[in-house]
Design a protein around this ligand. Structure first.
Ligand code: ZN
Length: 180
């Protein structure tokens, strides 16, 4: 069997350490970051953090309301609530995690605006059906433990409050900590 080209061209000590570098050669930045987050494993996925956090706070829910618009990540009929965990890039949050790729920026802008319009439509449909909606942005989940706790506590008190639809982003946490 012939050896892969890099094992012939790179010294032995480099082979494993250079895998990221090799990946950089063949995929663009967005794909690379997806691959890297895959490597970190399932448990750090934003949806999982929300599920685990709300379960620990005593909430019980159904997963993926597949018959509902936008397939909410968590459905809590007792609270008339649907929780959607939105990745900041794909759902075009406009925060620091949302960077338009340098290659084909027009394509991406159009694509992300389309996603944004679809999200707005789906949230409106859910509201029309009598569901309160909570969008938790990825940026409110990726960061210090304090921020994660703040996000989950905010979600928990919103669920119990029966308040109207809302969203939680990292900016909610930074505003709160700045006010302290
Ligand atoms: Zn964000």
């Amino acid at each position: 069997m012939s050896r892969p080209y890099w094992s012939r061209t790179r010294p032995a000590w480099c082979r494993s350490r250079c895998s990221v570098e090799l990946m950089a050669d063949i995929v663009d930045a967005a794909t690379r970051s997806r691959m890297m987050s895959g490597i970190r494993g399932k448990d750090t996925k934003p949806e999982f953090l929300v599920r685990r956090g709300l379960h620990a706070r005593g909430f019980r829910f159904r997963l993926h309301g597949s018959k509902l618009p936008g397939r909410p990540d968590l459905v809590l009929p007792k609270y008339s609530a649907a929780v959607l965990v939105h990745g900041c890039f794909w759902h075009a949050h406009g925060c620091s995690l949302t960077k338009i790729p340098k290659t084909r920026p027009d394509f991406w802008r159009q694509k992300l605006e389309g996603n944004q319009a679809r999200d707005a439509r789906q949230l409106a449909e859910l509201n029309d059906m009598g569901w309160r909606t909570l969008v938790i942005w990825e940026c409110a989940l990726r960061g210090p433990q304090d921020m994660l706790s703040f996000t989950l506590e905010s979600a928990a008190s919103w669920l119990r409050s029966y308040e109207a639809s809302t969203e939680i982003a990292r900016s909610d946490w930074t505003t709160t900590t700045a006010a302290l």
